[in-house]
Design a binder for this molecule. Structure first.
Ligand code: HPA
Length: 322
């Protein structure tokens, strides 16, 4: 798979495209909702990326309905449910899986190659991305084991490569030219968030419908004072890797949603020092919920095809490219 020269990747033609992707964060290293998984090394202007691609193995996947049989999944909730009780049509849909931290958590948060990751997915033809994020909670209401559907972020990262557009003369051969000031008023796809919320409700998992994600530079955890400040600023959960991934997804016109899993109360709220092992243990204990949620949502998205009512797919405005 080769990178595009000069512009954003066009992707393969529709029949060969892999339209859905999962980016697994801390504790989510395997594409357990997929079967027949193969590995592909995708070249990008930012380096090669290993992506695993498999077919949806889900059973019992259904489109969320509004109780009167109307489809509430994608495209504004019009028309009859496409699949009231089975998953036949969704089964077999190819889905790309990318482990943000590499195998066995080999890549620390501040060194994740977000540009290569997002570019690789786009060049496979991906249109919609579901990401996971392990987070600490800034609020007693969001407890370890809870899901939070992120709707906003506060960016405290420092110096991360957060755009594909490096001006008229980009350093990376094959990178797009020009300058983009991307709109991130609502950074996470509202369509995907709605399907996730409806599906989480159907599954009976505790899922907060919205939350502001504070992204720190890491890899250290925060001080108690930092956490107090983030809470005063309106943050609900804290993590180290969600930004600039979400911004880059928007630059490439992808629908992107992130499901945060609370693994701990944040520093100063927790009554003991934080450890990475604790984070991984809580993720592992809740892996079945995450698998069920993603399996169903991916099946719903596969059934919905390319229909969308969000504006994520609109191309960005590029300035000064020549
Ligand atoms: N802080 C930052 N990142 C995290 C945390 C936290 O408390 N928990 C899981 N990821």
């Amino acid at each position: 798979m080769s990178a595009s020269s000069g512009g954003i990747p066009a992707g393969p033609d529709k029949s060969a495209a892999c339209r859905l992707a999962v980016i697994g964060g801390t504790g989510v290293y395997d594409p357990s909702m997929l079967e027949g998984v193969r590995e592909e090394l995708v070249d990008t202007p930012y380096g090669p990326v290993s992506v695993r691609i498999g077919r949806l193995a889900t059973g019992g996947a259904r489109l969320p309905t509004d109780g009167e049989g109307r489809d509430r999944s994608i495209g504004g909730g019009r028309g009859p449910a496409a699949d009231g009780g089975g998953s036949g049509a969704a089964r077999g849909e190819e889905v790309a899986f990318l482990s943000r931290h590499g195998t066995g958590h080999a890549v620390p948060p501040h060194r994740v190659n977000h540009r290569a990751n997002v570019w690789a997915l786009k060049s496979l033809g991906v249109e919609r991305v579901l990401a996971t994020a392990a987070v600490g909670s800034l609020s007693r209401d969001m407890k370890p084991g809870d899901f939070v559907l992120l709707d906003q972020f506060l960016d405290f990262t420092r110096g991360r490569a957060s755009t594909f557009y490096e001006g008229a003369k980009p350093l990376n051969p094959g990178a797009p030219r020009g300058v983009v000031h991307v709109d991130v008023t609502a950074p996470y796809c509202p369509d995907l968030r709605r399907v996730l919320a409806d599906t989480a409700a159907e599954l009976g998992v505790t899922c907060h419908p919205a939350g502001t994600y504070v992204c720190t530079e890491g890899p250290r955890f925060e001080t108690a004072a930092e956490i107090r400040m983030y809470a005063q600023l309106g943050g609900h959960v804290v993590g180290m890797t969600g930004v600039p991934e979400v911004v880059l997804a928007r630059e490439l016109s992808l629908c992107y949603a992130a499901v945060a899993m609370v693994t701990n109360f944040a520093a100063g709220i927790a009554d003991r020092p934080l450890t990475h092992s604790e984070v991984v243990e809580v993720m592992a204990a809740n892996a079945a919920n995450l698998r069920a949620l993603f399996g169903r949502v991916l099946a719903a998205l596969a059934l919905a095809g390319g229909e969308q009512s969000c504006r994520c797919g609109e191309p960005v405005e590029v300035h000064g490219a020549s």
